[in-house]
Ligand binder design. Structure first.
Ligand SMILES: C[S@@+](CC[C@H](N)C(=O)[O-])C[C@H]1O[C@@H](n2cnc3c(N)ncnc32)[C@H](O)[C@@H]1O
Length: 255
């Protein structure tokens, strides 16, 4: 049986589902802070961009652990509304601004940023393509920090290979991705894998209640049923094959 690929579901449906969750991809405050510790020279004058920010789970962690000004950008207006409202509740509205936009057509100046952050989103425009394009918006010696789906082994079972190649055609092993980072004009500063808790506790477990809620709201809707089956399969495959892949944080400094 042919499986549906995530991009084939309606953008509005995917986002309505994910806007009800704190995180839209694997990650955690600890992982964000660990990556942040590799970045030096940030001051209250620093300008930071968070691309594909979703509802801002990692944006708030960044804001609470840096002094700079953060512009967070996402394609989905519902996520940006939630992000701006959370920033207000946390009294971070003077330093955090969410804007609607596309990460492949950034409304920024060249050499504007000290740091470009992006968790779980660069695959939407391609790892290599995104690194090269975003580099133009970084100052010299500025940093990039992104999480990206990566293979942990040279070979893996066909079932999981197919799933990920369908979702992220460019998916590659960590070593290869580090060489892409270097070829794109960055000094590779660090690369570390996200622990299982970033997938299970922050991503799969919170989705369980959301899935029940969604199925109830859209009872009888076949597209929603297929979408929820897709997400449940993603979780099953992770528990079966997690030794073969995961997210890796790649941190680079613009040379
Ligand atoms: C897997 S989610 C990650 C969200 C958040 N960074 C997190 O880790 O919780 C990917 C995000 O990228 C956004 N996105 C997809 N394509 C985009 C584009 N071309 N420009 C900006 N955002 C995009 C989606 O709306 C979604 O919020």
């Amino acid at each position: 049986m042919e499986e549906t690929v995530i991009h084939e579901f309606d953008f509005a449906l995917i986002n309505e589902y994910f806007v009800g969750l704190e995180r839209q991809g694997p990650g955690s405050p600890e992982a964000t802070m660990r990556a942040l510790r590799f970045i030096d020279n940030l001051t209250s004058e620093s300008k930071i961009a968070d691309l594909g920010c979703g509802t801002g789970g990692q944006t708030m962690v960044l804001a609470q652990n840096t002094k700079g000004v953060i512009t967070a950008l996402d394609l989905f207006p519902g996520s940006i509304d939630k992000l701006n409202s959370t920033a207000g509740k946390l009294r971070l509205q003077d330093r955090v601004k969410g804007i609607v936009g596309s990460m492949d057509n950034l409304p920024f100046q060249h050499d504007e940023f000290d740091l470009i952050w992006s968790e779980g989103a660069i695959a939407n425009i391609g790892f290599e393509n995104g690194l090269k394009y975003w580099k133009g918006f970084l100052k010299k010696d500025g940093y990039i920090a992104v999480t990206y789906e990566s293979w942990f082994t040279d070979e893996r079972p066909a079932e999981i290979e197919k799933w990920w190649v369908d979702a992220v055609p460019e998916i590659a092993a960590m070593g290869h991705n580090i060489s892409i980072l270097q070829k794109a004009g960055f000094l590779p500063v660090a690369a570390f894998t996200l622990p299982e808790s970033c997938w299970i506790d922050a991503y799969f477990i919170p989705q369980k209640a959301r899935q029940e809620e969604f199925l109830k709201k859209y009872a009888g809707n076949k597209t929603v049923e297929r979408f929820i089956s897709y997400l449940r399969r993603e979780a099953e495959l992770y528990s079966k094959y997690k030794q073969y892949y995961g997210y890796v944080f790649y941190i680079g400094k613009k040379i």
